[in-house]
Design a protein around this ligand. Structure first.
Ligand code: GLU
Length: 477
């Protein structure tokens, strides 16, 4: 009897997350009761609401799952997809809990889902649905700056977040911190610079850090360093696009791109911006003039030669059925849950490394945390210190020039004197977070021979952190 499965529920994805959890839990020292408390979803809210269509009323199914209340608020995106179901939202909420713990972001995990295909609705209809969804959350106390803070996910973005913020603020007049009820908002509505690209930037930093370690690369037959590494990216949404963009900026070569309509490949590299332009004009990545090979079956694109594969679309992409055909040595999980546990075991047996989702794609929630802090403090990062720092540096440069008689070039002066912008502060804090977390996970992986994957090491780090917070609450013996 598996006690975390609710009677009659379809729990494949959540079950898989629990399998990862169980595997890691044996390397921790918590009691079975405490482990059960960490693993279980604390609140599952399933609801339906009507939206008036042209001829009739449409009933929309929706969810918000708060997986863990060991920290407040809980945090996680809202998925807009006609594939959404309760099992998926539960699994994604659980992954958020572990993700936040891994990057030391003080939130419990949550996730939301609205079962619609946003492509079938006008912006006006989407606004109606999003506002009504928010009202339902407010009614049940499932949203608020100190309760539960949604964000974008698959199928949603800044526009949806601004509707949520506005609805929440309207229903809570005078609440000073109302804008901290949701993150991933547009910059003009108290969002933060760098949030849009944060998840992809985080994926690229994770990959760069992983491939920089000589002994790890030797074990899988790769040279250390990101320069020249060949990469295939699945998904050209927010995560996939920015992962590809920053990996290319760091010196990697994007050789393959996979989307719903098919995949393209060129061993000498693809220009991601040009591919996107082509897709906008023609509706497909296929037929892009810079591609050497086009595949109508998108899955075939994953199996082409490369060093690194970045699945950045949806869960369950790498399974026992295709993992043997994957030629990449490294899988960097931009999406949540793209590799099944059995496929992961096979991939490691073959001598590969998987940079797990709960670490690799944590850049988004990391910068969401900065946005939440900005909203609570009501001041832009750097506003209080920027000019002061610039003046201090200017004084220092002038003094040194005066004493030494050496004059800096205008370029050198400008580079030294410049105070940090919000974007620079966000990006450097994100880099710091991703680099530190990678080495924490790797240390755990190396410390115990029985910990056989980076994912298990990441789960151990998360479980230890969450377990200690529960113990500090004094609930558990
Ligand atoms: N939906 C994103 C994720 O899965 C972002 C969550 C957030 O920023 O709260 O990590």
């Amino acid at each position: 009897m598996i006690d975390y499965i609710a009677a009659g529920a379809e729990t494949k994805f959540f079950d898989e997350v629990c399998r990862h959890f169980e595997k890691a839990a044996q390397f921790t020292n918590f009691s079975p009761g405490l482990l059960r408390q960490i693993r279980q979803c604390n609140s599952v809210y399933r609801f339906s609401f009507p939206v008036k269509g042209e001829n009739d009323v449409e009933v929309i199914d929706a969810w918000r799952v708060e997986h863990s209340h060991h920290q407040s608020p809980t945090k996680g995106g809202i998925r807009y997809s006609d594939m959404v179901n309760e099992d998926e939202v539960m699994a994604l909420a659980a992954l958020m809990t572990y993700k936040c713990a891994i990057v030391n972001v003080p939130f419990g995990g949550a996730k939301g889902g609205i079962k619609i295909n946003p492509g079938n609705y006008t912006p006006q209809q989407l606004e109606k649905i999003t506002r009504r969804y928010t009202v339902e959350l407010v009614k049940k106390n499932f949203i608020g700056p100190s309760i539960d803070v949604p964000a974008p996910d698959y199928g949603s973005g800044e526009r949806e977040m601004s509707w949520i913020a506005d609805t929440y603020a309207t229903m809570n007049p005078g609440q000073l911190d109302a804008m901290a009820c949701v993150t991933g908002k547009p910059l003009a509505l108290q969002g933060i610079a760098g949030r849009r690209e944060a998840t992809g930037r985080g994926v690229a930093i994770a990959v760069r850090e992983c491939v920089s370690i000589r002994e790890d690369m030797q074990k899988i037959g790769l040279m250390p360093g990101i320069t020249g590494k060949t990469v295939i990216v699945q998904g050209l949404g927010n995560v996939g696009y920015y992962s590809a963009k920053f990996l290319a900026e760091f010196g990697a070569v994007i050789v393959g791109l996979c989307e719903q309509e098919g995949a393209i490949y060129n061993r000498n590299g693809l220009d991601v911006e040009a591919v996107l332009r082509h897709r906008k004009e023609t509706g497909s990545i296929l037929g892009y003039p810079g591609s050497k090979e086009d595949f109508k079956d998108s899955a075939e694109g994953l199996e082409q030669p490369c060093d690194i594969l970045v699945p950045a679309a949806l869960e369950n992409q790498l399974t026992i059925n295709n993992v043997f055909n994957i030629q990449a040595k490294i899988i960097a999980e931009g999406a949540n849950g793209p590799t099944t546990p059995d496929a992961e075991a096979m991939f490691y047996e073959r001598g590969g490394i998987i940079i797990p989702d709960i670490y690799a794609n944590a850049g988004g929630v990391t910068v969401s945390y900065f946005e939440w802090l900005k909203n609570l403090s009501h001041v832009t990062f750097g506003r209080m210190s920027r000019r002061f720092e610039e003046n201090s540096s200017l004084n220092l440069v002038n003094t040194v020039e005066g004493i030494t008689g050496v004059s800096l070039t205008p370029y050198q002066r400008a580079a030294i004197i410049k105070g940090a912008s919000e974007l620079e502060l966000v990006n450097s804090a994100l880099e710091d977070t991703m680099v530190d977390a990678f080495h924490d996970i790797r240390r755990i992986y190396l410390q115990n021979e029985s910990i056989d994957t980076l994912r298990t090491a990441a789960f151990v780090k998360a479980i230890n952190q969450i377990g200690v917070s529960y113990l500090n609450m004094g609930i558990f013996p």
